[in-house]
Structures are given as C-alpha cells and as structure tokens.
Design a protein around this ligand. Structure first.
Ligand SMILES: Nc1ncnc2c1ncn2[C@@H]1O[C@H](COP(=O)(O)OP(=O)(O)OP(=O)(O)O)[C@@H](O)[C@H]1O
Ligand SMILES: [Mg+2]
Length: 446
C-alpha cells in the first residue's frame, strides 16, 4: 500500500516509516499537515497515519481535509493517552482506526491488514456492480459479425486480468475505443485512463511526457513535472502507435515493464508504479523485428495478449448496423429526423472497401446527414465513394510517350471509342485527344 506518515517529530516518523517499508509498503513522510496535503496532491496514497497533536495543523483538521479531498483514503490517528477523547472524535469523523502512544507495531500491522482487506473488497464490489449495471457490456461498440464477436469475447477476457495487451488493426478500426473499453471493464475502472500517442512527439518530448522530470533536469525544466507513468498509477496507460517508438525509448519502456519502476528525468528516486499497459499499432511489428527496427524482447512483453481488430471490409455484415448507429448519433446532433437510406445508397456503402475503416464510415455518415435535404440519405449525399482502381502496372516502361499512348488506348477502350467520353476520362479537350490519336497513329474505333 502507499502510506503517508505524518508527525512533527522526526524520530517517531522514521521509526514508523522504517518498519512499514520493511513490511513492503511504499512509505512517504511529512512533518506537518500542510506538507502532507501537498505531497498527496503530487501523488496519492491509500492510507495516512497521523499524529494528533502537531503545531501547524492538528490531526483532526488534517483528517477532515483528507476526507473531503480523498473520500476513499483511510486515516489512522495516533494519540497520547491524555487526549484519547480526541480519538473518539476522530473515529466519528471517519478515521479508520486509532493507536495509542507508544505505538504497538503489531497492532499497527493488524489495522493495516484490515484496511487493505476492506479496500480490496470495495474495489471488488464496484467491479461487480458495474458488471451488473451493463448487461450489454460494451454499449458503444457496434457489431454482430462473427469477426467482431470474436474480438468482443477477447476483450471481455482481458478485462478480467491485468495483463499487458497489444491491440492491432488498420487505421480507424477502433483501437482506441477498445483500449478504453478494456480499462472501463476492468477492476481499474475507477483509476485513471491515460493515452499517449508515441508517434506524435519527438523522442525527448515523449520521454519527459512519460517519465516526468525533476526541476533543473535540463534547461527550461523550471518545475518538477509528473509524467504519465506516474499519473496513470492504479489505472491504465494506453500507448498508441507503439510501432513508432525509437530504439532508445524501446529500451526504456522495456525496463519499466521489467522492474515496474522508473526514475524521473534528472531524478534518482526510483518510483514504483502499478499500471496496466495497453498498447496499439497499425504497423507490421514482425516485419520491423525482422529488419531490426523493433526489439523482439519488447514485443514479447507487449504481446502477452494480442487483440486483432478486423478491417471493416472483412466485416461487411456490420456496415449497415454501424451506419444506423452513426445516423442516430449525427441526426440527434444536428436536430434532424432521418428515416434511413435509399437501397442505392446502401449498395454504395456495402460495396465500398473502406480503407479508412470505421473512422471513414463515421465521417461519411456525418457529412451525409448534414447534406441531405430530406429524411432519407440517398446516392447524392455519398459522392466520392468509389473504390480506388487497382494499381496501374507500368510493365517496367517509364517512357512518358509510351505511357501516354497506353492511357489513350485504355480510355478509348473504356469508352468504347467515344472520343468525347475518352477525353473526359483523360481530362483533356476532345480536340487535343484527336491530335494525339493522329500523332500516335491510333486506329479510330468509332
Ligand atoms: N465497433 C465500433 N462501434 C462504434 N463505433 C466505433 C467502433 N469502432 C470504432 N468506432 C468509432 O470509430 C472511430 C475510430 O476509432 P478509433 O479512434 O478507436 O480507431 P483507431 O484504430 O484508434 O484509429 P487510428 O489508427 O486512426 O488512431 C471512433 O470515432 C470510434 O468511436
Ligand atoms: Mg487511434
């Protein structure tokens, strides 16, 4: 547990802190109430053990402050026999227990054990209650296709454990949504969920973002900054685009995973963290491992449980369901009533191959809802949704004249030799096309 010991007498603090550290707790000390509150703001604790009589702020006031800011925190008060009635008041104000001076360490151990048990029970109850509340466990995640049901089953499975998860899928397939679902379906749901995009920041910025830094760690570090690893304590940290991590950062991340601790930049204190790591990438990590740009040992650590998100074109059964979901969402937003789609519009949506996956579908529907002037979405609202042509093969010939001739022949073929239509496909005037046909000696098909 993280325990904060507050006493104005240093020897008393050291005694307790030394004992508790040996018992495996993470202990910090404060010499006064205000110092304790400042420390808690930086980094929380599950339990505070405080002396009652202190010069700056007495134990009762500190108890009250702690309880109003951190209602879940447990406070044990230590009191001299002479002021035992204070202990009674403290219990009435929400203290977990009290101890008489001189502190009996065995008794303290028992009290802390009781606190730990009750905290675990609270977490467990919240988790069970949430499970009951959400009969349909992931209401935001739409999809009935077999491929997607398999993904949902995988997600439910990992919610119950605390293992590292690697989410893989093309851009826009819902990686971040899944990461959030895993967090909120897990026992850590009441803790923080923090997301960091590893590709969005240059290495040095990413490093200080993740690890934080001490004042003076580098020019411009005027104040201590707490990093994401620390802020995500007791919660989940989502590292997106993990495949773009630089080699140095890969080593650093590996170390955190191995030791579950790290130091702030410019700091020497080793900070323990309790986080669940969820990572995602749309890169081919196996290929990156093969060419040496991604560490295999890190990959094994990250890939404890892999979740693969299928591209939308492989779960076409879900397209219309998703369309429905997004129509409702955007119709409500723009205060429109929309009944549905014309059969033609449905065909277009199903036949399109969605390179940008669900994100692209969401954008297309948002635009269509804005564009439509009636209560249905028709073909006209979906302009531009044509599949990219299969890549042109140059057959090794990069001579521009030859390519121009090939393009003209292909345009004439596609338009059955109709000059005006072929010129339209080529984006040139029909007279220009006639000249070129003559120049290349192409036989008219008309
Ligand atoms: N199954 C789903 N049901 C409903 N909406 C979804 C589903 N999956 C994804 N979305 C929506 O699609 C959009 C893209 O999802 P998300 O940002 O999670 O994708 P991503 O894989 O992280 O994309 P990128 O690689 O571009 O970062 C979001 O608005 C999300 O809410
Ligand atoms: Mg994303």
């Amino acid at each position: 547990m993280r325990i904060l010991v507050i006493d104005d007498e240093q020897s008393q603090r050291n005694l307790l802190a030394g004992y508790l550290t040996k018992q495996g707790h993470e202990v910090r000390q404060a010499g006064s109430g205000p110092e304790a509150l400042a420390l808690l703001e930086q980094r929380g604790a599950e339990t505070a053990i405080t002396d009652m009589r202190m010069p700056d702020m007495d134990g009762l006031t500190l108890l009250e402050q702690i309880k109003s800011r951190y209602p879940d925190m447990q406070v044990v008060v230590i009191t001299a026999f002479a002021t035992v009635e204070n202990a009674v008041t403290a219990m009435k104000q929400g203290a977990a227990d009290y101890l008489l001076k001189p502190v009996n360490l065995e008794q303290l151990t028992l009290i802390l054990k009781k606190i730990e048990d009750s905290l675990n029970l609270v977490a467990e109850n919240r988790y069970l209650k949430r499970k009951l509340e959400s009969v349909e466990s992931f209401p935001d995640m739409i999809g009935q296709s077999a491929a997607f049901q398999k993904t949902l089953a995988d997600i439910s499975q990992v919610c119950q454990s605390d293992t590292t998860v690697l989410i893989r899928g093309e851009s826009g397939t819902g990686k971040e949504l899944v990461a959030r679902a895993i967090h909120s379906g897990s026992k850590r749901a009441n803790g923080p969920f923090l997301a960091v995009n590893c590709a969005a920041l240059p290495e040095t910025l990413l490093e200080s973002e993740l690890f934080g830094y001490e004042r003076g760690a580098f020019t411009g570090a005027q104040k201590r900054r707490i990093g994401r690893f620390e802020l995500a304590d007791r919660g989940s940290l989502f590292l997106d685009e993990i495949g773009d991590l630089s080699p140095t950062m890969q080593v650093k991340l590996l170390r955190v995973l191995e030791t579950r601790s790290f130091e702030r930049l410019g700091g020497s204190e080793s900070i323990k963290v309790d986080i669940r790591l969820i990572t995602a990438t749309n890169r081919n990590l196996e290929k990156k491992i093969a060419d040496g740009s991604f560490r295999e040992d890190l990959f094994f650590r990250l890939n404890v449980v892999p979740i693969n998100l299928p591209p939308l074109r492989e779960r076409k059964d879900d397209i219309l369901l998703l369309v429905d979901h997004f129509i409702k969402k955007f119709a409500a937003k723009s205060d429109k009533h929309i009944k549905g789609l014309t059969p033609e519009a449905k065909d277009i949506l199903i036949n399109y191959n969605w390179p940008g996956n669900i994100r692209e579908l969401e954008n297309v529907i948002e635009r269509a809802v804005v564009l439509t002037r009636s209560d249905t979405i028709d073909k006209a609202c979906l302009s531009g949704l044509t599949n990219a042509p299969v890549a042109v093969s140059f057959g090794g010939d990069l001579n521009l004249e030859n390519l121009e001739k090939k393009a003209i022949l292909e345009a004439l073929r596609q338009s059955d030799g109709k000059i005006i239509e072929a010129a339209g496909l080529l984006g040139i005037h029909r007279n220009t096309l006639r000249l070129k046909i003559k120049h290349f000696g192409i036989e008219p098909i008309e």
